[in-house]
Design a protein around this ligand. Structure first.
Ligand code: DAH
Length: 351
């Protein structure tokens, strides 16, 4: 009996799980185990042994039962804790899978960056219609009846009088009709031309600028664009104006920014030609000029519309720049079509 209980005690102590302990219990206290059989056989023993054997076997059984119950409790608590730890949910962790967060398209980012720069210089942001009349898109902007941009091959006509605007410049007229001078506005927006190749897409974006006040000169234009160039391309930049022609400005200029890759020298440290400016040292970024007096004359001086655009009294400058081009230069984007292909590997690189 002693031997049996010692062995049982050792196995109870060694049981590593409630399932193992249950096996130990069946082995020692189960219906066909030695101790219960002994207890059941007490009646068959000689009378003088019955009391003593019965007492000891009962003691042993109760002893083992108590031990098993105690050990079971310990194991159950440990197992419960293990399950709780394994099941633990940290409600403060982000949801899984993490929800992908979108971002603004690089052209939207660039547009907003440009708006911020000009807002900082005192300009107001306006927007205008993408479907425009021939009057605002061409006539009021001093395009002669035979100007080549009017050709059906260069402009999307919706009817003889209605086009998809080919530039943001028509908003110059609409802005002046709505607001008297002084006027300082920028107009970002989508424009359309029937072009499609590696450097042209039928839809692209411009940001127009218009400042009308008294005593405005090309020097004001240059100072404004220098501030823009430095804000976008770095504090070291310079700008230069080259003579050009636009129907709605006189004089007209093309504006270049000194190349930020070669610092305007046209060549790299190792002597090779700068690939960004093709050795020029300058990057062409926009068209501009002093507003042509004929443009002011196209702004009707009526009760309803804002008066005051008397070409004898006001001067102003205007510019138009391509937003795709600014972002391409700034980020080294090699192909215009990347903007519109919606490849997340490209779009995900910005912002
Ligand atoms: N509208 C011209 C274009 O799309 C760009 C431009 C040039 C706008 C000179 C202007 C300007 O306001 O003064 O090519």
């Amino acid at each position: 009996m002693r031997e049996l209980t010692e062995k049982a005690r050792a196995e109870i102590a060694a049981a590593g799980s409630s399932a193992q302990l249950e096996q130990v219990r069946v082995r020692y206290l189960g219906r066909r185990a030695e101790l219960p059989l002994l207890l059941r056989g007490v009646a068959q023993l000689p009378p003088e042994q019955r009391a003593e054997v019965g007492r000891q076997a009962n003691l042993a059984r109760r002893d083992l039962e108590a031990l098993i119950a105690e050990r079971m409790e310990t194991l159950a608590v440990g197992e419960m804790q293990g399950r709780l730890a394994a099941d633990a949910i940290d409600v403060t962790l982000p949801g899984s899978p993490t929800v992908p967060v979108g971002r603004l398209h690089v052209l939207t980012q660039t547009t907003r960056e440009l708006e911020d720069i000009f807002l900082g210089l005192g300009f107001t942001v306006l927007e205008g219609p993408e479907v425009e009349t021939v009057h605002y898109n061409f006539d009021a902007l001093n395009h002669g009846k035979t100007h080549p941009a009017r050709a059906r091959t260069d402009t999307f006509y919706l009817s003889n009088e209605v086009v998809l605007r080919t530039h943001t410049s028509p908003m110059q007229i609409r802005a002046m009709e709505a607001h008297p001078p002084p006027l300082y506005v920028v107009i970002p927006g989508r424009v359309f031309r029937p072009d499609s190749d590696a450097t042209h897409t039928p839809q692209f974006h411009q940001i127009e600028g218009l400042a009308v006040d008294e005593d405005i000169t090309l020097a004001d234009l240059k100072g404004t664009l220098l501030a823009f160039a430095r804000a976008v391309f770095g504090d070291e930049r310079q700008v230069r104006l080259r003579p050009h022609f636009f129907p709605f400005t006189e004089p007209s200029v093309e504006v270049d920014v000194s190349c930020f890759q070669c610092s305007g020298s046209g060549s790299m440290r190792d002597g090779s030609r700068c690939a960004l400016c093709k050795g020029e040292g300058w990057l062409e970024v926009l068209g501009a000029g002093e507003v042509d007096p004929n443009v002011y004359s196209a702004v009707p001086d009526t009760e309803r519309n804002a008066p005051g655009y008397d070409p004898e009294k006001v001067q102003g400058y205007a510019w138009g720049m391509g937003i795709e081009r600014i972002a391409m230069l700034k980020h080294g984007i090699p192909d215009l079509r990347l903007y519109f292909e919606n490849d997340l590997r490209f779009l995900g690189q910005f912002g």
